[in-house]
Design a protein around this ligand. Structure first.
Ligand code: ATP
Ligand code: MN
Length: 478
């Protein structure tokens, strides 16, 4: 019964020649007891259904309300009205599901993003979220396309992990032990030998360590999966559950790594520009309208599409951490004491510093390399200066850090030495160290935060609005 349905997007792309079609979707508006704007989520463009006067009884007409679902069969004809190229002159109309107009929370008017977050189960039915999630889909598809074209193997790294070397203190524990009376060791600590996995386990913060294992066999792999961080940062850029893409490449150094990351980001943007033009135009318009309420100096210098075009057509700036700190120290913002946090060599740059570099100084994406080893993870390759490591972060305008990566330390002695210094138990990571024992190779990789990429491409400003059901501190509704 349903298989003859045409998608509104496909229908609108065809010529109306009086052909009979069946469409299904949800009512956005119903005017004059005659014109229905029907949407099926394939595009923001509604299909105009024309119901001839007298065709439907009074009761059926009353049931055509915003949010109701319909099946309509009719003839596709050129529209007489302005604003759309075709009408469907209904010959039959069936109400699949009623929607109580009094109670349906989505009225055909503008709702705030904050309000829509509270009804995240329905917000997909708005134009903004329709566009955001179609773009999100296209980006996810392009991720696989990019790596597949390059011969990378897609690895599914585990979500439950026993190693907490990476995310000390920021992990969600996974356990089946009873909270009220957990089994204890003689010294009073909890006995995780009794736990489900016979040891203490957590949700993963990154698939990198396992990714490295695979890269030292397949040469080039990537992961694309959910990651979890129990950091209590209630910002517009952090989620407790987010998706990350992590390529890992053998026979690859920090420069190859930067080249790949830049090519990858540009490829994703280009894919969306080619396949989601309509959605980008809508989002661009939305952003422009939202920014009208901001003071002039807070508005973006470029429109959304203009910005994306600029990014794909220009090289990312590449600087060292040391150069970045010098730029900050020379900046008018620093001299006028505009930064809240201290600036000096050795700091972990704060969002205000990163944003100054990309938004005020360079006005384009920036790749920063060579960070002090003290602020970076144990597995990053140590540079000859003894102070820095071959780390790279990519900073994007409006977002801050979008990629974090590095060349990995492939020399067993250097790696174990650093682990000792950082109190990382080598016994627990015996399997990781084995890659350095058996055929070690120079290798590198990075993690791209998927939601931050979606933010960048859609021009949305809060990360809660680019994931279907955000998980943030004190919030796991839906
Ligand atoms: P930040 O400094 O912004 O908190 P990070 O240095 O902790 O990020 P990495 O561990 O390098 O991040 O993770 C790689 C990428 O994952 C980041 O560049 C970012 O795009 C993304 N990311 C990290 N934490 C989060 C989060 N809590 N929510 C969403 N994306 C995140
Ligand atoms: Mn990082």
């Amino acid at each position: 019964m349903f298989n003859k349905r045409v998608k509104v997007k496909d229908l609108l792309a065809s010529e109306p020649t009086g052909q009979e079609v069946t469409v299904m979707g949800w009512v956005r508006t119903f005017r004059n007891n005659q014109f229905i704007a029907l949407n099926d989520g394939s595009t923001n463009n509604n299909l105009q259904i024309v119901v001839e006067l007298g065709m439907l009884d009074e009761n059926t007409l009353k049931r055509i309300t915003t949010g109701a679902s319909l099946k309509v069969t009719g003839k596709a004809v050129p529209s007489l009205g302005k604003g759309q190229k075709m009408d469907i002159n209904a010959t039959s109309l069936e109400i699949l599901g009623d929607s109580d107009a009094e109670k349906f929370p989505l009225q055909p008017k503008k709702h705030s993003l904050e309000f829509l977050r509270e009804i995240a189960h329905l917000r997909f039915r708005t134009n903004t979220f329709g566009s955001v999630f179609r773009v999100r889909h296209a980006l996810a598809f392009a991720v696989h396309k990019f790596f597949n074209e390059k011969g990378f193997v897609y690895m599914h790294t585990p979500i439950v992990t026993a190693s907490d070397a990476e995310g000390a203190g920021e992990m969600f524990r996974v356990t089946t032990l009873p909270f009220d009376n957990p089994p204890r060791n003689e010294d009073g600590t909890i006995n995780f030998k009794e736990d489900f996995f016979g040891r203490s386990t957590n949700l993963t913060v990154s698939g990198q360590l396992e990714g490295e294992l695979a890269a030292t066999a397949f040469s080039e792999i990537y992961t694309f999966g959910p990651t979890f961080r129990a950091e209590n940062s209630n910002t517009a850029r952090h989620l407790a559950e987010f998706w990350m893409i992590e390529p890992e490449m053998a026979f690859c150094d920090i420069e190859d790594n930067q080249n790949l990351a830049e090519e990858f980001i540009k490829y994703l943007i280009r894919h969306v520009m080619e396949h989601n033009r309509e959605d980008l135009e809508f989002l661009s318009q939305r952003l422009a309208e939202e920014e009208k309420q901001l003071p002039q100096d807070k508005r973006s210098e470029m429109g959304l599409i203009e910005k994306l075009e600029f990014v794909i057509n220009n090289d990312f700036e590449r600087i060292t951490y040391t150069e970045a700190i010098d730029i900050l120290l020379q900046s008018p913002a620093y001299k006028k004491k505009k930064f809240q946090y201290e600036v000096k060599w050795g700091i972990d740059m704060q969002s205000e510093h990163e944003r100054y570099l990309v938004e005020k100084h360079f006005k384009k994406p920036v790749i920063v390399t060579g960070y002090p080893k003290e602020i970076k993870a144990f597995y990053m390759r140590q540079n000859d200066d003894g102070k820095t490591v071959a780390a790279m972060d990519i900073l994007a305008p409006g977002i801050g850090e979008i990629v974090g990566g590095s060349q990995r330390e492939e020399r067993l002695d250097k790696l174990t030495e650093r682990m000792k210094e950082m109190h990382i138990p080598a016994e627990e990571l015996w399997w990781y160290l084995d890659t350095r024992r058996y055929g070690t190779v120079p290798h590198a990789g990075f993690g791209l935060g998927f939601e931050r990429m979606v933010l960048f491409v859609t021009g949305m400003t809060n990360i809660r609005d680019v994931i279907a059901f955000p998980r943030t501190p004190k919030n796991a509704e839906f």
